[in-house]
Ligand binder design. Sequence first.
Ligand code: FAD
Length: 342
Amino acid sequence: MIDVNTAGEVWIFAEQRDGQLADTPLELLSKGRELADKLGVKLAAVLAGHNVSGLSAQLGHNGADKVYLVEDPLLEHYQTNPFAKVLDELIRKHRPQIVLYGATPVGRDLAPRVASSMKAGLTADCTDLQIGDHEVKKTGTVYKNLLFQIRPAFGGNIIATIINFDRWPQMATVREGVMPMPEPDTRRKAEIVREKATLSGRDLPIEILRQEIQERKVNLKASRVIVAGGAGVGSKENFKLIYELAHSLGAAPGATRAAVDLGFVDRDHQVGQTGTTVRPSLYIAVGISGAIQHQAGMSESKKIIAINSDPEAPIFNLAHYKVVGDLNTVVPMMIKAIREKV
Ligand code: FAD
Protein backbone atom coordinates (compact mmCIF):
# COMPACT_ATOMS: atom_id res chain seq x y z
CA MET A 1 0.00 0.00 0.00
CA ILE A 2 1.14 3.54 -0.69
CA ASP A 3 0.01 6.79 0.89
CA VAL A 4 -2.95 8.50 -0.77
CA ASN A 5 -1.41 10.60 -3.53
CA THR A 6 -4.00 12.74 -5.30
CA ALA A 7 -1.31 14.18 -7.57
CA GLY A 8 -0.29 10.68 -8.71
CA GLU A 9 -0.48 9.56 -12.33
CA VAL A 10 -2.94 7.16 -13.91
CA TRP A 11 -1.18 3.97 -15.05
CA ILE A 12 -2.10 1.13 -17.32
CA PHE A 13 -0.23 -2.16 -17.59
CA ALA A 14 0.82 -2.59 -21.23
CA GLU A 15 0.42 -6.32 -21.73
CA GLN A 16 2.44 -7.66 -24.63
CA ARG A 17 3.38 -11.06 -25.91
CA ASP A 18 6.35 -11.78 -28.15
CA GLY A 19 6.80 -8.06 -28.76
CA GLN A 20 3.18 -7.42 -29.78
CA LEU A 21 0.74 -5.39 -27.74
CA ALA A 22 -2.58 -7.01 -26.95
CA ASP A 23 -5.78 -5.02 -27.69
CA THR A 24 -6.50 -4.51 -24.00
CA PRO A 25 -3.77 -1.98 -23.19
CA LEU A 26 -5.00 0.13 -26.09
CA GLU A 27 -8.56 -0.04 -24.75
CA LEU A 28 -7.23 0.84 -21.28
CA LEU A 29 -5.43 3.84 -22.72
CA SER A 30 -8.71 5.21 -24.05
CA LYS A 31 -10.38 5.03 -20.61
CA GLY A 32 -7.16 5.99 -18.83
CA ARG A 33 -6.90 9.13 -20.97
CA GLU A 34 -10.41 10.15 -19.89
CA LEU A 35 -9.64 9.53 -16.21
CA ALA A 36 -6.27 11.31 -16.32
CA ASP A 37 -7.76 14.36 -18.06
CA LYS A 38 -10.52 14.53 -15.45
CA LEU A 39 -7.93 14.37 -12.66
CA GLY A 40 -5.51 16.73 -14.44
CA VAL A 41 -2.62 14.24 -14.22
CA LYS A 42 -0.44 12.30 -16.66
CA LEU A 43 -1.36 8.97 -18.19
CA ALA A 44 1.48 6.43 -18.19
CA ALA A 45 1.91 2.89 -19.48
CA VAL A 46 4.14 0.32 -17.82
CA LEU A 47 5.84 -1.71 -20.52
CA ALA A 48 7.92 -4.65 -19.31
CA GLY A 49 9.62 -7.35 -21.38
CA HIS A 50 12.72 -8.12 -23.40
CA ASN A 51 13.44 -5.98 -26.47
CA VAL A 52 10.05 -4.28 -26.33
CA SER A 53 11.05 -0.62 -26.55
CA GLY A 54 9.64 -0.45 -30.09
CA LEU A 55 6.13 -0.64 -28.63
CA SER A 56 6.51 2.66 -26.78
CA ALA A 57 5.65 4.68 -29.89
CA GLN A 58 2.34 2.82 -30.30
CA LEU A 59 1.46 3.49 -26.66
CA GLY A 60 2.17 7.19 -27.24
CA HIS A 61 0.04 7.27 -30.39
CA ASN A 62 -2.82 5.75 -28.43
CA GLY A 63 -2.81 8.25 -25.60
CA ALA A 64 0.04 7.59 -23.14
CA ASP A 65 1.98 10.68 -22.00
CA LYS A 66 4.74 8.51 -20.55
CA VAL A 67 6.02 4.97 -20.87
CA TYR A 68 7.86 3.36 -17.96
CA LEU A 69 10.04 0.92 -19.88
CA VAL A 70 11.60 -2.04 -18.10
CA GLU A 71 13.66 -4.32 -20.32
CA ASP A 72 15.37 -7.42 -19.04
CA PRO A 73 16.03 -10.84 -20.61
CA LEU A 74 14.38 -12.34 -17.51
CA LEU A 75 11.13 -10.67 -18.59
CA GLU A 76 11.08 -12.33 -22.02
CA HIS A 77 8.12 -14.57 -21.16
CA TYR A 78 5.38 -13.63 -18.74
CA GLN A 79 5.74 -15.11 -15.27
CA THR A 80 3.90 -13.90 -12.20
CA ASN A 81 6.82 -13.32 -9.81
CA PRO A 82 9.13 -11.12 -11.89
CA PHE A 83 6.33 -9.05 -13.43
CA ALA A 84 4.67 -8.53 -10.03
CA LYS A 85 8.05 -7.47 -8.61
CA VAL A 86 8.52 -4.91 -11.40
CA LEU A 87 5.07 -3.41 -10.80
CA ASP A 88 5.51 -3.44 -7.04
CA GLU A 89 8.84 -1.59 -7.24
CA LEU A 90 7.61 0.97 -9.77
CA ILE A 91 4.42 1.70 -7.83
CA ARG A 92 6.34 2.23 -4.58
CA LYS A 93 8.77 4.54 -6.37
CA HIS A 94 6.35 6.69 -8.42
CA ARG A 95 3.14 6.41 -6.34
CA PRO A 96 0.47 6.47 -9.09
CA GLN A 97 -3.08 7.01 -7.85
CA ILE A 98 -4.66 4.52 -10.26
CA VAL A 99 -3.30 1.33 -11.88
CA LEU A 100 -5.39 -0.51 -14.49
CA TYR A 101 -4.87 -3.99 -15.92
CA GLY A 102 -6.80 -5.86 -18.61
CA ALA A 103 -8.98 -8.66 -17.26
CA THR A 104 -7.05 -11.06 -19.50
CA PRO A 105 -5.50 -14.29 -18.19
CA VAL A 106 -2.26 -12.34 -17.59
CA GLY A 107 -3.99 -9.35 -15.96
CA ARG A 108 -6.10 -11.64 -13.77
CA ASP A 109 -2.94 -13.37 -12.63
CA LEU A 110 -0.76 -10.31 -12.16
CA ALA A 111 -3.08 -7.73 -10.57
CA PRO A 112 -4.05 -9.81 -7.49
CA ARG A 113 -0.39 -10.64 -6.89
CA VAL A 114 0.57 -6.96 -6.96
CA ALA A 115 -2.43 -6.06 -4.77
CA SER A 116 -1.51 -8.73 -2.27
CA SER A 117 2.19 -7.85 -2.13
CA MET A 118 1.28 -4.17 -1.64
CA LYS A 119 -1.73 -4.85 0.60
CA ALA A 120 -3.71 -2.56 -1.70
CA GLY A 121 -7.30 -2.89 -2.93
CA LEU A 122 -8.28 -4.37 -6.27
CA THR A 123 -11.62 -4.68 -8.07
CA ALA A 124 -11.76 -7.43 -10.68
CA ASP A 125 -13.55 -7.39 -14.01
CA CYS A 126 -14.79 -3.79 -14.13
CA THR A 127 -17.10 -2.84 -16.98
CA ASP A 128 -16.85 0.91 -16.38
CA LEU A 129 -14.66 3.38 -14.50
CA GLN A 130 -15.55 6.93 -13.51
CA ILE A 131 -14.13 9.65 -11.29
CA GLY A 132 -16.41 10.91 -8.52
CA ASP A 133 -16.74 12.05 -4.91
CA HIS A 134 -17.93 9.89 -2.04
CA GLU A 135 -19.33 10.99 1.28
CA VAL A 136 -19.23 8.66 4.27
CA LYS A 137 -22.64 9.38 5.77
CA LYS A 138 -21.70 8.43 9.34
CA THR A 139 -18.81 10.87 9.61
CA GLY A 140 -19.63 13.37 6.88
CA THR A 141 -16.13 12.90 5.44
CA VAL A 142 -16.03 13.58 1.71
CA TYR A 143 -13.43 11.81 -0.45
CA LYS A 144 -12.93 13.73 -3.66
CA ASN A 145 -12.03 12.39 -7.10
CA LEU A 146 -12.02 8.70 -6.27
CA LEU A 147 -11.99 5.97 -8.89
CA PHE A 148 -15.50 4.50 -9.13
CA GLN A 149 -14.89 0.86 -10.03
CA ILE A 150 -18.09 -0.36 -11.64
CA ARG A 151 -18.94 -3.99 -12.30
CA PRO A 152 -21.83 -6.45 -12.30
CA ALA A 153 -22.29 -8.24 -8.97
CA PHE A 154 -24.51 -10.97 -7.54
CA GLY A 155 -24.58 -12.94 -10.77
CA GLY A 156 -25.02 -9.80 -12.84
CA ASN A 157 -28.29 -8.81 -11.18
CA ILE A 158 -26.94 -5.53 -9.80
CA ILE A 159 -24.27 -3.12 -10.92
CA ALA A 160 -21.96 -2.38 -8.00
CA THR A 161 -19.78 0.72 -7.65
CA ILE A 162 -16.71 -0.01 -5.54
CA ILE A 163 -14.35 2.58 -4.10
CA ASN A 164 -11.06 2.44 -2.26
CA PHE A 165 -10.27 5.62 -0.38
CA ASP A 166 -7.25 4.58 1.66
CA ARG A 167 -5.53 1.41 0.44
CA TRP A 168 -3.90 2.97 -2.59
CA PRO A 169 -3.14 2.80 -5.43
CA GLN A 170 -6.70 2.30 -6.62
CA MET A 171 -6.42 -0.77 -8.83
CA ALA A 172 -8.82 -2.55 -11.14
CA THR A 173 -8.85 -5.10 -13.90
CA VAL A 174 -11.06 -4.10 -16.80
CA ARG A 175 -13.02 -6.47 -19.00
CA GLU A 176 -11.75 -6.92 -22.52
CA GLY A 177 -13.76 -5.17 -25.21
CA VAL A 178 -15.84 -2.90 -22.98
CA MET A 179 -13.81 0.26 -23.59
CA PRO A 180 -13.62 1.54 -27.16
CA MET A 181 -10.22 1.52 -28.88
CA PRO A 182 -8.77 5.00 -29.31
CA GLU A 183 -7.99 6.24 -32.81
CA PRO A 184 -4.19 6.37 -32.93
CA ASP A 185 -2.68 9.81 -33.46
CA THR A 186 0.76 9.29 -34.94
CA ARG A 187 1.80 12.84 -34.01
CA ARG A 188 1.50 12.02 -30.29
CA LYS A 189 4.74 10.96 -28.61
CA ALA A 190 5.21 9.55 -25.14
CA GLU A 191 8.14 10.41 -22.88
CA ILE A 192 10.13 7.23 -22.26
CA VAL A 193 11.36 6.64 -18.73
CA ARG A 194 13.77 3.71 -18.56
CA GLU A 195 13.64 1.79 -15.30
CA LYS A 196 15.74 -1.12 -14.03
CA ALA A 197 14.29 -4.27 -12.54
CA THR A 198 16.14 -5.80 -9.60
CA LEU A 199 15.62 -9.35 -10.83
CA SER A 200 17.67 -12.48 -10.41
CA GLY A 201 17.19 -16.08 -11.47
CA ARG A 202 15.56 -16.70 -8.08
CA ASP A 203 12.60 -14.58 -9.19
CA LEU A 204 11.80 -17.09 -11.93
CA PRO A 205 10.57 -20.25 -10.29
CA ILE A 206 9.52 -21.75 -13.61
CA GLU A 207 11.68 -22.61 -16.58
CA ILE A 208 9.69 -22.40 -19.80
CA LEU A 209 10.81 -25.15 -22.15
CA ARG A 210 8.27 -24.69 -24.92
CA GLN A 211 5.20 -22.57 -25.57
CA GLU A 212 2.20 -23.76 -27.54
CA ILE A 213 -0.37 -21.14 -28.28
CA GLN A 214 -3.86 -22.14 -29.26
CA GLU A 215 -5.50 -19.28 -31.09
CA ARG A 216 -9.19 -18.60 -30.50
CA LYS A 217 -11.44 -20.24 -33.07
CA VAL A 218 -13.34 -17.01 -33.65
CA ASN A 219 -12.48 -13.35 -33.26
CA LEU A 220 -15.79 -11.95 -32.05
CA LYS A 221 -14.31 -8.62 -30.98
CA ALA A 222 -13.08 -7.84 -34.48
CA SER A 223 -16.34 -8.80 -36.24
CA ARG A 224 -18.62 -6.09 -37.57
CA VAL A 225 -21.55 -8.50 -37.79
CA ILE A 226 -22.34 -11.29 -35.32
CA VAL A 227 -25.08 -13.90 -35.58
CA ALA A 228 -25.55 -15.42 -32.13
CA GLY A 229 -27.61 -18.46 -31.22
CA GLY A 230 -29.11 -19.39 -27.89
CA ALA A 231 -30.69 -22.37 -26.20
CA GLY A 232 -33.76 -21.81 -28.42
CA VAL A 233 -31.76 -23.17 -31.37
CA GLY A 234 -32.46 -26.57 -29.82
CA SER A 235 -29.47 -28.75 -30.72
CA LYS A 236 -25.90 -28.84 -31.93
CA GLU A 237 -27.21 -30.14 -35.24
CA ASN A 238 -29.59 -27.21 -35.60
CA PHE A 239 -26.82 -24.73 -34.70
CA LYS A 240 -25.75 -25.20 -38.34
CA LEU A 241 -28.49 -22.65 -39.09
CA ILE A 242 -26.54 -20.04 -37.12
CA TYR A 243 -23.31 -20.88 -38.96
CA GLU A 244 -25.14 -20.73 -42.28
CA LEU A 245 -26.74 -17.35 -41.61
CA ALA A 246 -23.41 -16.04 -40.31
CA HIS A 247 -21.61 -17.37 -43.36
CA SER A 248 -24.09 -15.79 -45.78
CA LEU A 249 -23.50 -12.40 -44.12
CA GLY A 250 -19.73 -12.74 -43.66
CA ALA A 251 -20.45 -12.60 -39.92
CA ALA A 252 -18.96 -14.35 -36.89
CA PRO A 253 -21.05 -16.96 -35.05
CA GLY A 254 -21.70 -16.13 -31.40
CA ALA A 255 -23.63 -17.89 -28.66
CA THR A 256 -25.13 -17.61 -25.21
CA ARG A 257 -23.70 -19.44 -22.24
CA ALA A 258 -26.74 -21.73 -22.29
CA ALA A 259 -25.93 -22.74 -25.87
CA VAL A 260 -22.32 -23.38 -24.83
CA ASP A 261 -23.32 -25.35 -21.73
CA LEU A 262 -25.71 -27.45 -23.82
CA GLY A 263 -22.75 -28.35 -26.06
CA PHE A 264 -24.13 -26.68 -29.20
CA VAL A 265 -20.95 -24.70 -29.74
CA ASP A 266 -17.46 -24.06 -28.35
CA ARG A 267 -16.85 -21.62 -25.46
CA ASP A 268 -14.81 -19.30 -27.71
CA HIS A 269 -18.14 -18.20 -29.20
CA GLN A 270 -19.73 -17.12 -25.90
CA VAL A 271 -20.88 -13.53 -25.64
CA GLY A 272 -21.67 -11.97 -22.27
CA GLN A 273 -20.53 -11.30 -18.78
CA THR A 274 -18.33 -14.39 -18.62
CA GLY A 275 -17.68 -14.53 -22.35
CA THR A 276 -16.55 -11.89 -24.82
CA THR A 277 -17.86 -8.32 -24.81
CA VAL A 278 -18.66 -7.17 -28.32
CA ARG A 279 -19.84 -3.96 -29.94
CA PRO A 280 -20.46 -4.86 -33.62
CA SER A 281 -22.40 -2.80 -36.16
CA LEU A 282 -25.04 -5.54 -36.30
CA TYR A 283 -25.92 -8.25 -33.77
CA ILE A 284 -28.52 -10.85 -34.72
CA ALA A 285 -29.81 -12.71 -31.65
CA VAL A 286 -31.51 -15.97 -32.57
CA GLY A 287 -33.43 -17.96 -29.93
CA ILE A 288 -31.90 -15.88 -27.15
CA SER A 289 -34.02 -14.73 -24.20
CA GLY A 290 -31.80 -11.73 -23.38
CA ALA A 291 -30.66 -12.50 -19.83
CA ILE A 292 -28.84 -9.61 -18.16
CA GLN A 293 -25.57 -11.56 -18.25
CA HIS A 294 -25.90 -11.93 -22.03
CA GLN A 295 -26.86 -8.29 -22.47
CA ALA A 296 -23.71 -7.30 -20.55
CA GLY A 297 -21.69 -8.51 -23.52
CA MET A 298 -23.70 -7.17 -26.46
CA SER A 299 -25.87 -4.22 -25.43
CA GLU A 300 -23.41 -1.76 -27.03
CA SER A 301 -24.05 -3.25 -30.50
CA LYS A 302 -25.07 -0.49 -32.89
CA LYS A 303 -28.09 -2.37 -34.30
CA ILE A 304 -29.71 -5.45 -32.82
CA ILE A 305 -32.13 -7.79 -34.58
CA ALA A 306 -33.83 -10.36 -32.32
CA ILE A 307 -35.66 -13.47 -33.51
CA ASN A 308 -37.70 -15.16 -30.80
CA SER A 309 -40.98 -17.06 -30.64
CA ASP A 310 -41.88 -15.43 -27.32
CA PRO A 311 -43.12 -11.86 -27.84
CA GLU A 312 -42.35 -11.13 -24.16
CA ALA A 313 -38.66 -12.17 -24.37
CA PRO A 314 -36.49 -9.49 -22.67
CA ILE A 315 -34.20 -9.33 -25.72
CA PHE A 316 -36.99 -7.43 -27.46
CA ASN A 317 -36.55 -4.54 -25.00
CA LEU A 318 -33.07 -4.06 -26.41
CA ALA A 319 -33.64 -4.92 -30.07
CA HIS A 320 -34.01 -2.30 -32.81
CA TYR A 321 -35.75 -4.83 -35.09
CA LYS A 322 -37.98 -7.54 -33.63
CA VAL A 323 -39.03 -10.73 -35.36
CA VAL A 324 -41.56 -12.79 -33.40
CA GLY A 325 -41.52 -16.27 -34.89
CA ASP A 326 -40.01 -19.70 -34.99
CA LEU A 327 -36.32 -19.45 -35.82
CA ASN A 328 -36.58 -22.66 -37.84
CA THR A 329 -38.80 -20.79 -40.29
CA VAL A 330 -37.34 -17.28 -40.02
CA VAL A 331 -33.63 -18.08 -40.35
CA PRO A 332 -33.92 -20.21 -43.55
CA MET A 333 -36.06 -17.42 -45.05
CA MET A 334 -33.32 -14.89 -44.22
CA ILE A 335 -30.60 -17.11 -45.69
CA LYS A 336 -32.63 -17.58 -48.88
CA ALA A 337 -33.32 -13.85 -49.20
CA ILE A 338 -29.62 -12.97 -48.70
CA ARG A 339 -28.48 -15.58 -51.23
CA GLU A 340 -30.97 -14.36 -53.80
CA LYS A 341 -29.72 -10.79 -53.36
CA VAL A 342 -26.03 -11.59 -53.88
P1 FAD B 1 -32.86 -19.20 -22.56
O1 FAD B 1 -32.92 -18.20 -21.51
O2 FAD B 1 -33.33 -20.59 -22.28
O3 FAD B 1 -33.68 -18.62 -23.81
C1 FAD B 1 -33.98 -19.34 -24.96
C2 FAD B 1 -34.88 -18.44 -25.80
O4 FAD B 1 -35.13 -19.08 -27.04
C3 FAD B 1 -36.24 -18.15 -25.17
O5 FAD B 1 -36.45 -16.74 -25.12
C4 FAD B 1 -37.24 -18.81 -26.10
O6 FAD B 1 -38.44 -18.07 -26.23
C5 FAD B 1 -36.48 -18.82 -27.40
N1 FAD B 1 -36.89 -19.89 -28.31
C6 FAD B 1 -37.08 -21.21 -28.00
N2 FAD B 1 -37.40 -21.89 -29.11
C7 FAD B 1 -37.43 -20.99 -30.12
C8 FAD B 1 -37.71 -21.10 -31.52
N3 FAD B 1 -37.98 -22.27 -32.09
N4 FAD B 1 -37.66 -19.97 -32.26
C9 FAD B 1 -37.37 -18.76 -31.71
N5 FAD B 1 -37.09 -18.63 -30.40
C10 FAD B 1 -37.11 -19.72 -29.63
N6 FAD B 1 -25.19 -16.03 -20.37
C11 FAD B 1 -24.60 -15.60 -21.50
O7 FAD B 1 -25.18 -15.66 -22.59
N7 FAD B 1 -23.32 -15.12 -21.47
C12 FAD B 1 -22.60 -15.00 -20.32
O8 FAD B 1 -21.44 -14.57 -20.36
C13 FAD B 1 -23.22 -15.42 -19.10
N8 FAD B 1 -22.57 -15.31 -17.93
C14 FAD B 1 -23.22 -15.64 -16.79
C15 FAD B 1 -22.59 -15.43 -15.57
C16 FAD B 1 -23.24 -15.74 -14.39
C17 FAD B 1 -22.53 -15.46 -13.10
C18 FAD B 1 -24.53 -16.29 -14.44
C19 FAD B 1 -25.26 -16.62 -13.17
C20 FAD B 1 -25.17 -16.53 -15.63
C21 FAD B 1 -24.52 -16.22 -16.82
N9 FAD B 1 -25.14 -16.43 -18.06
C22 FAD B 1 -24.53 -15.96 -19.18
C23 FAD B 1 -26.38 -17.21 -18.19
C24 FAD B 1 -27.62 -16.34 -18.34
O9 FAD B 1 -28.13 -16.04 -17.05
C25 FAD B 1 -28.73 -17.09 -19.10
O10 FAD B 1 -28.99 -18.32 -18.49
C26 FAD B 1 -28.38 -17.35 -20.57
O11 FAD B 1 -27.91 -16.18 -21.20
C27 FAD B 1 -29.63 -17.84 -21.28
O12 FAD B 1 -29.28 -18.20 -22.57
P2 FAD B 1 -30.37 -18.31 -23.71
O13 FAD B 1 -31.00 -17.00 -23.94
O14 FAD B 1 -29.71 -19.00 -24.86
O15 FAD B 1 -31.40 -19.39 -23.12
